[in-house]
Ligand binder design. Structure first.
Ligand SMILES: [Zn+2]
Length: 215
């Protein structure tokens, strides 16, 4: 009889199965789930450097290096590398203007400054140079040149004036006898043959003859 009662007791009060306890790990810093790293280490992606052979010749007597070097660029560690289009312009400047003038002139021509990157142009402006934001130097179409002897700069200017192919020819600073340097630009087609003079900080058109300036 007792067995029968126990049987019915079990039937109506079945033993509850034991459910295993789920252990939730305790986060001991619940607020700061994604801690901010104050000085994250940024992976260094190697810079792709497109090699430019600066010793490559633009013409017989002019290398690319001569046309892109700049004391201001060196001073401020500014990269002054032209792109392919600008290099083509420099080649045109050299083959159509600088080299024929060099051949006629018979003396080395020193390039003070040729191509200018926008950064270099701005740095020169900040340093007090008179530079245009639309300067042909930015396109690789112009160079500031001189003779080793400053007094000979007039002869250089006159050689270009008389025989050269040029877009703009500028007598830069100096005095009535010779310029401190000569700015010359040249493009493939449509050269304007403009003669200008930079004096007291402004560039103006001047009638020029080889004997004397007329104002
Ligand atoms: Zn110039």
């Amino acid at each position: 009889m007792k067995r029968i009662i126990n049987f019915f007791k079990k039937l109506f009060h079945p033993v509850k199965p034991v459910i295993p306890e789920i252990i939730v790990p305790i986060d001991d810093d619940p607020i700061d789930d994604d801690p901010i790293i104050e000085n994250p280490v940024i992976p260094v992606v190697p810079e792709i450097i497109i090699p430019i052979d600066t010793n490559v010749k633009m013409s017989k007597n002019f290398t690319l290096l001569e046309l892109i070097k700049s004391a201001t660029a060196e001073k401020y560690k500014i990269s002054n590398l032209p792109n392919d289009e600008q290099i083509e312009h420099l080649k045109t400047l050299c083959t159509m203007c600088l080299q024929p003038v060099r051949d006629l002139y018979g003396l080395p021509i020193i390039v003070n400054n040729g191509f200018r990157s926008p950064e270099l142009n701005l740095a020169m402006k900040n340093d007090g140079y008179i530079v245009s934001e639309n300067s042909q130097h930015l396109k690789g179409e112009a160079a500031d040149i001189r003779d080793a002897q400053i007094r000979n700069n007039k002869n250089l200017f006159d050689t270009i004036y008389k025989y050269g192919v040029f877009d703009q020819l500028i007598w830069e600073d100096g005095n009535d006898s010779y310029p401190d340097w000569v700015h010359v630009s040249c493009i493939k087609t449509g050269n304007r043959k403009e003669i200008l003079r930079l004096k007291n900080g402004s560039t103006i058109y001047r009638k020029y003859d080889m004997v004397k300036w007329s104002s």
